[in-house]
Design a protein around this ligand. Structure first.
Ligand code: ADP
Ligand code: ZN
Length: 564
């Protein structure tokens, strides 16, 4: 059947000698006028056809007439065959007999080619790893004195902060081979498989020592054996094998085991005890200088235009990790190529930064005029509150061009400097800025729209943190009923308190948000003419800079004189 029609199928009937099918267009007609088409059986791959049809998102009826009993036979086993296929593919062995013997997916690099120069920032981590490198260069220096050699170190930090990169750099600096495997590769359905893979890995490594063994996401095998995080005998066996291997290898041969995790709190205590991964090296999110260095490392091989100011980009990307920055630089380079330029300029970097946070512009979303007006007022609501407040970060850009992230517009604020502490006044300003969008909608159009959903969510989360973590509410005072459950992955918290306290928390959060909302609304209604002017300007231009907005708020001196 024609490829083009495949998406348009309403019903398919596989017969012993042909395939009958009806398109959706036909099926929509009255029954008397419907016409079915047919085509010959595809040569050979009936199973493939049937699978494709069942996977398709149309209601496909597969009827097989009894004439073709062989086909019926095959098709009735199809689900079973598919399941078996998937199952064995996952087991990775190919054949049942192979499962036990199958090798783990170990990647070995003779020379990683990565050195500490490729890792920006992370000076503390580098310092801690320096000793390991020295030891790999020169084990006898340590054995002569009788020092026990370090067996391993655990790199702890958020995803993308460069843990793998650091491990590779250690191997590169020490000029030894690098074995890497992911913790999840050990996780298998069958008891004993994971353990045999661990054994395998250490055997392979022993053959080429000195070397580095790197286990990424060690939490997949190393999570605590107590029941809170779930466990089973396969998991326990694998972990036991890992512990055994770590104890067993002779570190004087020069094997060092590095592991990475972003969930150190769930690791089994046995893994962390002295003599195993007793060194924990924190790989932090980079600060301003770190981000600047990371950008420098990644733009080293990229031709930059004169106007590029990496410091500005570093300032804008507070909270970004190394992987984000590497991605940003690459996006910018791709954009420069698309635009037919020979070098990356500042605009490329800024646009790709926005692409990373908001997705690309979605050209074909057409908003009605009313919607556009609401979106414009909403965004200016945010921006104006921020601009009129004392403790806010300056607005750098406002746009009402829809983006692929789903945002119909957004207001971007850029911090002037790196902040490590936030005062409650600043947090309250942030709250008022967040609810400023909804406040403008209500003030001007007396409507509430779904566009504020994300704002409200963020405001609620922030208010909740103020109440439950930072001790910033009157009713609860200095008590912190919440605990951060996972500091490297997300900032999720859980409440650990009585139901009454929990109810009180909700009430406080509501009170805080309510107060901020009325304050934002009052601020906007006091400055209604500014709100109107800027919104109309934004409607006309679709994207304006923070400076353009500030020109409305603090008009240049000359104009002020003529007005008076
Ligand atoms: P993790 O293992 O912590 O999740 P990776 O080491 O895989 O993170 O980092 C992914 C990529 O991000 C690296 O390949 C590198 O390009 C970039 N990167 C991360 N941190 C840094 C850094 N400190 N300096 C330079 N590049 C970095
Ligand atoms: Zn908003």
């Amino acid at each position: 059947m024609a490829e083009a029609e495949k998406d348009n199928l309403a019903e398919v009937e596989i017969r012993y000698d042909r395939v009958l099918y009806m398109t959706k267009t036909e099926a929509a007609k009255p029954a008397a006028q419907q016409k079915a088409c047919y085509t010959g059986l595809p040569s050979g791959d009936i199973l493939g056809l049937a699978r494709e049809l069942t996977e398709m998102d149309t209601s496909v009826n597969i009827k097989i007439t009894e004439d073709n009993s062989m086909l019926l036979y095959i098709l009735s086993f199809l689900p079973v065959l598919l399941l078996m296929f998937l199952f064995f593919r996952k087991a990775g062995g190919g054949m049942l007999g192979n499962i036990g013997a199958s090798k783990a997916k170990v990647y070995m690099e003779k020379k990683t080619g990565v050195t500490f120069q490729d890792v920006a920032g992370q000076d503390e981590a580098k310092e801690s790893l320096q000793e390991i490198i020295d030891f790999l260069h020169n084990p006898q220096k340590y054995t002569e004195i009788g020092a026990k050699l370090p067996k391993g170190a655990l790199l702890v930090g958020s995803p993308g902060t460069g843990k793998t990169l650091l491990a590779k750099a250690v191997a590169g600096e020490a000029n030894v081979p690098f074995f890497s495997i992911s913790g999840s590769d050990f996780v298998e359905m069958f008891v004993g498989v994971g353990a045999s893979r661990v054994r395998d890995l250490f055997q392979q490594a022993a053959k080429v020592a000195p070397c580095i063994i790197f286990i990424d996401e060690i939490d997949a095998v190393g999570r605590s054996r107590d029941s809170r995080y779930g466990g089973n005998s396969e998991h326990e066996q694998t972990l036991n094998q890992l512990l055994g291997e770590i104890d067993g290898f002779d570190s004087s041969k020069g094997i060092v085991c590095l592991a990475a995790t972003n969930r150190p709190e769930i690791l089994d205590k046995a893994l962390l005890r002295a003599g195993r991964f007793d060194r924990q090296i924190i790989v932090d999110r980079p600060n301003l200088q770190g981000r600047l260095d990371t950008l420098k490392v990644h733009t080293k091989k990229i031709r930059l235009a004169e106007d590029v100011d990496l410091r500005k980009i570093a300032q804008a990307t507070a909270g970004a990790v190394g992987a984000d920055l590497a991605n940003l630089v690459n996006e910018a380079a791709l954009r420069a190529v698309r635009k037919g330029r020979k070098a990356v300029n500042q605009e490329d970097l800024l646009v790709s930064f926005e692409t990373v946070i908001a997705g690309t512009e979605k050209k074909n979303t057409v908003l009605s005029d009313t919607e556009k007006r609401i979106v414009a007022y909403h965004e200016v609501g945010h921006a104006l509150v921020a601009a009129l407040e004392k403790h806010s970060q300056p607005v750098s850009k406002i746009t009402i061009v829809p983006h692929t992230s789903g945002a119909l517009g957004y207001t971007m604020q850029m911090p002037e400097e790196e902040k490590y502490l936030k005062t409650s006044a600043e947090l309250l300003t942030e709250l008022r800025t967040l609810v400023g969008g909804r406040a403008a909608e209500e003030l001007v159009f007396s409507v509430q729209t779904t566009g504020a959903a994300n704002d409200i969510q963020r405001a609620t989360a922030l208010a909740r943190n103020m109440v439950t973590l930072y001790g910033m509410s009157d009713a609860l005072g200095l008590m912190a009923p919440a605990t951060v459950s996972n500091q490297y992955l997300s900032d999720q918290t859980y409440l650990d308190c009585s139901q009454e306290t929990s109810a009180l928390v909700d009430k406080e959060v509501q009170k805080l948000l309510g107060a901020c909302y009325s304050e934002a609304k009052k601020l906007l209604s006091d400055n209604r003419s500014l709100l109107d002017e800027i919104s109309l300007h934004l409607l006309a231009k679709e994207t304006i800079t923070g400076d353009e907005m500030m020109a409305f708020i603090n008009p240049p001196k000359a104009e002020e004189a003529t007005e008076e």
